[in-house]
Design a binder for this molecule. Structure first.
Ligand code: SF4
Length: 360
């Protein structure tokens, strides 16, 4: 169902102005600004609490700040740089936002409800340059990286969809874009997600998904990242992987696995491997045997996602019997495997689909 596309948030938008987007770097912007005005540093903590904990939509709601300060904040900073172009809800509680950025680009983000879990899935780029053949997001290539503020804003916009009793519990960076191709903006955004005076979500409940960019994976190790890492394999050998994930042409699976193992050693976080199961392409028992040989011996979970067809793309969902045989083959070889069916299929929750549909 499509619900109110215009919210209070949008009405308080300040898009197009010369004001600064506060969410781009909250501490760095607020601290000197408050100091210049003779305000105590504790005021920054008050603003943070209103934003992340008390879910304020505007400065004027921050009632423990003096009225003049709230007015000045509103004149100098904007909280929101995006507009909600479309808000969809599925019967299973999944909600999806299509956000229009200040420059007209669009990204999407999703809130998933599963018992007490409230997971958000966020985007890191407009479009994607990885070109995975089955993916709607990559069809038109990469337009640009998102800013830190635009990533944080997705989290806050999704938090605003929660009822008063609900709390965000998990973040997955699996929306539009390749997260490791935009680490400079992503890491500060995830810092806001995990800080106690941010969203307060434990790093072990935050997952970064990647097609496997070894240099960027090494950067995560060097940054002593404690987030979970999910590596999208989609194929058990280089030849097939090059066909499904064209960007991997010069990146052997062995190099990706070596960096993933290195990440596991540094972070202690169990690795996840993702495998989109495409009918007739990578779903045979032979592929499952090869995959088990590739991943065997690791402390890892294999997430298999039966493909969700995308309009205009020639790939299909594997039959139930093919799915069962694939799973059984892996389990017989000791692989920890989980089949994940996308929630929110009815609202096009697969990455990139809603954005695409809005343009056709
Ligand atoms: S699946 Fe992910 S990495 Fe691949 S094209 Fe789509 S958004 Fe990019």
């Amino acid at each position: 169902m499509v619900v109110d596309a215009r919210s209070d948030v949008e009405q308080s938008l300040n898009v197009g102005n010369t004001v600064s987007h506060l969410l781009n770097s909250i501490d760095e912007q607020l601290a000197p600004w408050l100091k210049e005005r003779g305000q105590g540093a504790y005021r920054a903590g008050q603003v943070r609490r209103w934003l992340f904990e008390r879910r304020a939509r505007e400065f004027r709601e921050m009632t423990d700040l003096p009225q003049t300060l709230r007015d000045e904040l509103g004149g100098h900073f904007t909280l929101w740089s995006t507009q909600i172009a479309r808000h969809t809800q599925a019967e299973d509680g999944t909600e999806k936002l299509l956000l229009t950025l200040a420059d007209g680009g669009q990204v999407e983000c999703v809130l998933l409800r599963d018992e007490v879990r409230r997971t958000i899935c966020i985007s890191t780029q407009v479009g994607c340059g990885m070109g995975c053949v089955f993916c709607a997001s990559g069809l038109d290539g990469l337009t640009r990286n998102l800013t830190t503020g635009e990533i944080v804003e997705q989290m806050l916009q999704l938090q605003l969809l929660l009822g008063p009793e609900e709390r965000l519990s998990h973040v997955v960076v699996m929306g539009m874009g390749e997260p490791l191709a935009n680490l400079d903006a992503l890491l500060p955004a995830l810092e806001e997600a995990s800080r106690d005076d941010g969203l307060g979500i434990s790093a072990r409940r935050i997952t970064i998904s990647t097609v496997g960019l070894p240099k960027a994976m090494r950067r995560l190790v060097e940054a002593k990242s404690r987030y979970r890492l999910a590596v999208s394999l989609h194929a058990p050998n280089d030849e097939l992987r090059h066909r499904i994930v064209p960007v991997s042409e010069k990146i052997p699976v062995a190099d990706i696995l070596a960096e993933a193992d290195h990440y596991f050693e540094q972070s202690g976080r169990r690795l996840t491997f993702e495998y989109v199961l495409l009918a007739g392409l990578n779903d045979s028992v032979k592929h499952a045997v090869e995959l088990a040989e590739l991943l065997g011996g690791r402390t890892a979970l294999l997430n298999v996602i039966p493909y969700n067809p995308v309009a205009g793309l020639p790939y299909g969902t594997p039959s139930q019997s093919a799915q069962r045989a694939f799973r059984q083959t892996l389990e017989d070889r000791g692989i920890a495997v989980q089949f994940r069916h996308r929630k929110g299929d009815a609202i096009d929750a697969a990455c990139g689909q809603l954005r695409r549909r809005s343009r056709v």
